[in-house]
Design a protein around this ligand. Structure first.
Ligand code: B12
Length: 494
C-alpha cells in the first residue's frame, strides 16, 4: 500500500490496435471500436497504489502517431515506460519503443502482454526494449518500479527476460501465479478519457472489464498464453466497479471481455442479485460458451441489465467442432441461442472459415446454420494460425506455413501475415467465403425487418447504418475479385 510518494515516474503507452484487422481498412476497424487497455490502466492503478506517479497515453483514441507523442513523453519525463503487446500489434510496439528511446533515452522500457508470454527472448532482440515481462504483470512490474526507485539491479527480477548492462540477455525463472486477484485495484479510469472510446454496437459512454483470469478449455485456434487455472474477482468488487463507472463517469454500458463470463452458475446468480440490489441502471454485454448458459442464468442476467451475449459458434458441423477441440455441439449451440432469444437478450455469434480439414460443404453448412440461429449480429473470420495454438502446430507440420513463421516475424519486426492455404482452400477463396457469409447473413429480409422493428432510437439506427457501411467495405474488398467456385460470381448465386 502507498505510504509516501515515490520519485520513479511510470508512463503507460497504448498503441493503435485496429490497424491490423483484415479485411477492414483502419478507418472501418476504428468505426467498429476503440477500447481502453485494461492491462495498462490496471497496472497503472496498481503501481500508483504503491506510491509511484503514473501517466497513461492512448495513442489510438487520441489519434496520435508515435512521433506526435514525442513532446508528451518528454514532458512527462518518465523513468519507466510500459508497453503492452499482442502478436498482431508487434510492429507498432517496436515503433513506439523506438520513439520512446529517442524521446526519453534514460527511461527503462518494459514490455509485457500476450506476445511476451510466447516470444520474450526473440522480442528482446530489439534493443529498444530493456525488459520483457512474461505472464501476469502486477508483481513483476511493481518489483521493477521498486528496484529502480532504490537503484538496485534488474538483472535477476523473476518472470522476465532482462538485458544486462553488457547487452547479454538473461531469462529469469518464471514467477508464481498470483492466486488472489482481488487485491488488485480497479482500472485507473480517472487517468483515461472514458467518454472518447467508442464502438458501433455500444451505448456511450461505455467501459470494459475482465473479471476472471485463466481458461480451462483448449480450443485449437486460441493462443494459449494464459494459465489453465481459473481465478475469479469477487462479485462485490466487480459490482463496486460497475457502480463507480455508472456514478462517476456516467457509463451506460459495460463490456465484460472475459472469454467466458458465465463460468459458475452460483456466481452468475449472486452477481445478478447484487447488481439489482444496488439498483444499477448500467447495461452490460458478455462473452460466453454455449455450454455455460442455461435459462436461469440468462433470465437472472437479463434482469440485472444484460443487453447482449456473444458466443463462439465457429462451425456448423460437429465434425469441424471436434477438429477445433471446441468441446460443444451444434445442438448445444441451438439451445443456448434459443434460450437467449426467448428471454429477450440480443445475440452475436462468432464463426470461422477455413479451419484445416474443413470442406466447402462445411462452410456452406456454417453459413446456413448462422442464418438459422436467430442471431442479431454475426462475425465471420478466416482462420489465422496464431502462435501458441494447436492450429499453428498442425499448420507447421503440414507445411501450410513456413517454419516458425511467428518467431521470424518477431525478430524481423513484422511481415506479411499468411492466411491458411490448405489442400482445400486458397487464401482468396477463404476471403470470398467470408464475404459470402456476411452477405448471406446480413442481407436477409427477415433480419433487416427485425432490426428495423427493434431499433427504437437514433442510436440504434446509427448503429445499423454504421454496420451497413462496414459490411459494404467487406463486400467491396472481395466482390471486386470474383471467385466463381464460391458462388460470388453472380449476385444471384450468392
Ligand atoms: C479485450 C481483448 C481485445 C480487445 C482489445 C482491447 C484493448 N484495448 O485492450 C480487442 C477487441 C480490440 C481485441 C483485438 C484483438 N485481439 Co484480443 N483479446 C482481448 C481479451 C479478451 C482480453 C484482454 C484483456 O484486457 N485482458 C485483461 C488484462 C488485465 O490482461 P492482459 O492483457 O493479459 O494483461 C496482463 C498480462 O498479460 C500482463 N501485461 C500485459 N501488458 C503488460 C505490459 C507490461 C508493461 C507488463 C509489466 C505486463 C503486462 O499483465 C496484465 C495483468 O496481469 C484477450 C483474452 C484474455 N482473456 O485476456 C484477447 C487476446 C489478447 N486477443 C487476441 C487476439 C488474437 C486479438 C486480435 C488479433 C483478434 C482479431 N482477429 O482481430 C485483435 C488484435 C488487435 C491488435 N492489432 O492488437 C489474443 C492475443 C494472442 C496473441 N498471441 O497476441 C488473446 C490473448 C485471445 C486469445 N487467447 O487468442 N482484443
Amino acid at each position: 500500500m502507498s505510504d509516501s510518494p515515490k520519485k520513479t515516474r511510470v508512463l503507460f503507452i497504448k498503441y493503435h490496435e485496429a490497424a491490423d484487422q483484415q479485411p477492414l481498412s483502419k478507418k472501418a476497424a476504428e468505426k467498429l471500436g476503440i477500447f481502453p487497455s485494461l492491462a495498462l490502466a490496471g497496472l497503472a492503478a496498481w503501481v500508483r497504489q504503491h506510491g509511484f506517479p503514473v501517466g497513461i497515453i492512448d495513442l489510438h483514441v487520441e489519434n496520435l502517431l508515435p512521433v506526435d507523442a514525442n513532446d508528451r513523453v518528454r514532458h512527462f519525463a518518465p523513468d519507466i515506460v510500459a508497453l503492452t503487446s499482442k502478436t498482431l500489434g508487434w510492429p507498432a510496439v517496436i515503433e513506439i519503443a523506438q520513439m520512446v528511446r529517442k524521446a526519453a533515452p534514460k527511461a527503462t522500457i518494459v514490455v509485457g502482454g500476450p506476445h511476451m508470454s510466447i516470444y520474450p527472448k526473440e522480442s528482446m532482440s530489439w534493443d529498444c526494449f530493456d525488459i520483457a515481462v512474461v505472464g501476469d504483470g502486477e508483481e513483476t512490474m511493481l518489483e521493477i518500479c521498486e528496484r529502480i526507485e532504490s537503484g538496485s539491479s534488474l538483472d535477476d527480477v523473476a518472470g522476465c527476460v532482462v538485458r544486462k548492462a553488457g547487452g547479454e540477455l538473461v531469462q529469469n525463472p518464471a514467477r508464481a501465479l498470483p492466486k488472489d486477484i482481488n487485491k488488485y485495484p480497479m482500472t485507473a479510469w480517472d487517468l483515461i478519457p472514458v467518454s472518447d472510446y467508442h464502438c458501433l454496437t455500444l451505448l456511450k459512454p461505455f467501459a470494459t472489464m475482465v473479471t476472471t483470469r485463466g481458461c480451462p478449455w483448449h480450443c485449437g485456434y486460441c493462443s494459449q498464453v494464459y494459465s489453465e487455472k481459473l481465478r475469479f474477482r469477487e462479485v462485490g468488487l466487480v459490482v463496486d466497479e460497475m457502480e463507480y463507472l455508472e456514478k462517476t463517469h456516467g457509463v451506460r454500458e459495460i463490456v465484460f471481455f472475459d472469454e467466458t463470463f458465465t463460468i459458475g452458475k452460483r456466481r452468475m446468480l449472486a452477481f445478478s442479485e447484487e447488481v439489482q440490489r444496488r439498483g444499477l441502471k448500467v447495461k452490460f454485454n458478455i462473452r460466453a460458451r454455449v455450454d455455460t448458459v442455461d435459462r436461469d442464468v440468462v433470465r437472472a442476467l437479463k434482469k440485472a441489465g444484460l443487453r447482449s451475449i456473444h458466443m463462439g459458434v465457429e462451425a456448423g458441423t460437429d465434425r469441424v467442432l471436434k477438429i477445433m477441440n471446441k468441446q460443444i455441439t451444434r445442438e448445444q449451440t441451438e439451445q443456448a441461442f434459443r434460450i437467449c432469444r426467448e428471454e429477450g437478450v440480443d445475440t452475436r455469434g462468432y464463426f470461422m472459415v477455413g479451419y484445416y480439414d474443413s470442406t466447402p460443404d462445411d462452410v456452406e453448412d456454417m453459413i446456413s446454420f448462422a442464418s438459422g440461429l436467430g442471431l442479431d449480429w454475426a462475425s465471420f473470420s478466416v482462420a489465422t494460425a496464431l502462435p501458441a495454438t494447436d492450429l499453428y502446430r498442425i499448420a507447421q507440420e503440414r507445411g501450410y506455413v513456413d517454419g516458425d513463421f511467428w518467431k521470424q516475424y518477431t525478430i524481423d519486426g513484422g511481415g506479411f501475415i499468411p492466411q491458411l492455404e490448405t489442400e482445400t482452400f486458397t487464401a482468396e477463396q477463404l476471403r470470398a467465403y467470408r464475404t459470402k457469409a456476411y452477405m448471406k447473413f446480413y442481407l436477409r429480409p427477415d433480419l433487416i425487418r427485425r432490426k428495423l422493428s427493434k431499433s427504437e432510437g437514433r442510436e440504434e439506427l446509427m448503429e445499423m447504418l454504421g454496420g451497413a457501411s462496414v459490411l459494404g467495405e467487406i463486400i467491396k474488398s472481395t466482390v471486386m475479385k470474383r471467385i466463381p467456385e464460391v458462388g460470388l460470381g453472380k449476385w444471384g448465386t450468392v
